[in-house]
Structure formats: structure tokens, C-alpha cells
Design a binder for this molecule. Structure first.
Ligand SMILES: [Zn+2]
Length: 216
């Protein structure tokens, strides 16, 4: 204790120790013993406001993420009847067509030889071809996750932030606060990084202090 006292005095921190630990402790203990009043209505209201704020930041993050860096949840083999909310892109599609008339997926009777009638496709065959066409796909719900950040970096050809893991004795990808602050300095025009920190701050508030708002 004497060493600690000396060190605190030398660093000019003895006053802080006295005020924030010695004097504050009895107050905190008293609060713990009698309990603190809780206003359920106000708490719920703040949780709701916090959730709205968090949703707004998340929407901003989603808008900043290029579509190519998003995870695709599903690719439709055929264009679905209802395409609302879906994305599409031009791709090379595999098709099987009649080599003469070009009809798609011709069946055996398409090449049938008749006695009285002439079938122009009688000598034709099924031909595999690739042709440009629209492919519909659905994006996975956006979350500002570690994987999403990795995809964002890969898409922009940016090096992934690495930290040395002492236990595993190797470099590991990390988007911890320190790395995020470095990224903000490295890419000052990129709004993604500061927004991610905002999001995490709100998430911490909601998860640890205010409580998450669950709409009924
Ligand atoms: Zn044909």
C-alpha cells in the first residue's frame, strides 16, 4: 500500500483516489443496499429513441456499402413472378436450344419426322449455349458485422487491419476500436469507419445500460 500511495502522490493522483474511491465508495454501497428507483416509462421511451437512432445509423451504413460487397442470400434460377425488393445483374446464362429454330429446351417430339408434313427441325439437335441475360438475386439482411467489413475491404482492395495475437502467435484480422481509429486516419474521406464506431457506441448503450427496445 505504501508503494501505491507514494506512486499516486508522485503522479498527483492522490486527490483523485481520495475523491473517486474513498469518498464515493460509501455512497455507492448505500445505493446498492437501498436500491435505485427505476422509471419504467422513461426507460422504455429512451430505449425506443435509442433503437430508432441505431436503425438510422445502420441504414446509413447499408447505403454506404457497395452492392458487390454485400452477401447474397439467394440466387433465383428463373426470374420469380414477384421481383419486388430483388436485385438483378447481367450474367451469362446456360441455355439449351434447338440448333435450327432456337426454341428453348426442345423435347424429343420437336425433332420428329412426319410422313406428310415437313418438320424443318427434324435434323436439328439440342445445342448448349451461353447467352447474356438477367439473373435475379436477394441480398442478405445488412449487419455491420466483421464479415461485412472484410467484404468491404476486399471490394475496395484495401489491406485488412491485422493485429498480433500473442496466444496464437500469428497475425489476425481485427476491427477493434484502435484499428478503426487507424482506418479513419488512413481514409479520412470514408464515412464508413466513424459510422461503425457510432453504431457500436449506440449498441453498447442499448445492450449494457438502457436495454434493447423490443417492439410489440
Ligand atoms: Zn427447332
Amino acid at each position: 500500500m505504501r508503494v501505491i500511495e507514494e506512486g499516486l502522490c508522485k503522479a498527483g493522483l492522490w486527490d483523485v483516489y481520495e475523491r473517486d474511491v474513498l469518498q464515493l465508495d460509501p455512497i455507492l454501497i448505500h445505493m446498492q443496499q437501498v436500491g435505485m428507483p427505476l422509471d419504467g416509462e422513461i426507460r422504455e421511451d429512451r430505449a425506443k429513441k435509442l433503437a430508432e437512432k441505431q436503425a438510422a445509423v445502420k441504414a446509413e451504413l447499408e447505403a454506404l456499402t457497395p452492392i458487390e460487397a454485400r452477401r447474397i442470400a439467394h440466387v433465383y434460377k428463373k426470374p420469380p413472378a414477384d421481383v419486388t425488393g430483388l436485385n438483378h445483374r447481367e450474367v451469362l446464362l446456360r441455355r439449351v436450344r434447338c440448333s435450327v429454330c432456337g426454341v428453348e429446351n426442345p423435347r424429343k417430339d420437336h425433332f420428329k419426322r412426319f410422313v406428310k408434313k415437313v418438320n424443318l427441325c427434324a435434323d436439328a439437335e439440342r445445342r448448349n449455349c451461353t447467352e447474356p441475360g438477367d439473373e435475379y438475386y436477394r441480398l442478405a439482411d445488412y449487419t455491420p458485422s466483421r464479415n461485412q467489413l472484410i467484404a468491404y475491404h476486399n471490394h475496395l482492395n484495401r489491406a485488412l487491419p491485422l493485429v498480433w495475437d500473442r496466444k496464437e502467435r500469428r497475425h489476425k484480422v481485427s476491427f477493434n476500436e484502435e484499428q478503426m481509429k487507424k482506418l479513419i486516419l488512413k481514409f479520412p474521406c470514408d464515412k464508413m469507419y466513424p459510422l461503425i464506431l457510432d453504431y457500436r457506441g449506440l449498441d453498447k448503450l442499448a445492450g449494457t445500460y438502457i436495454g434493447r427496445y423490443i417492439a410489440d
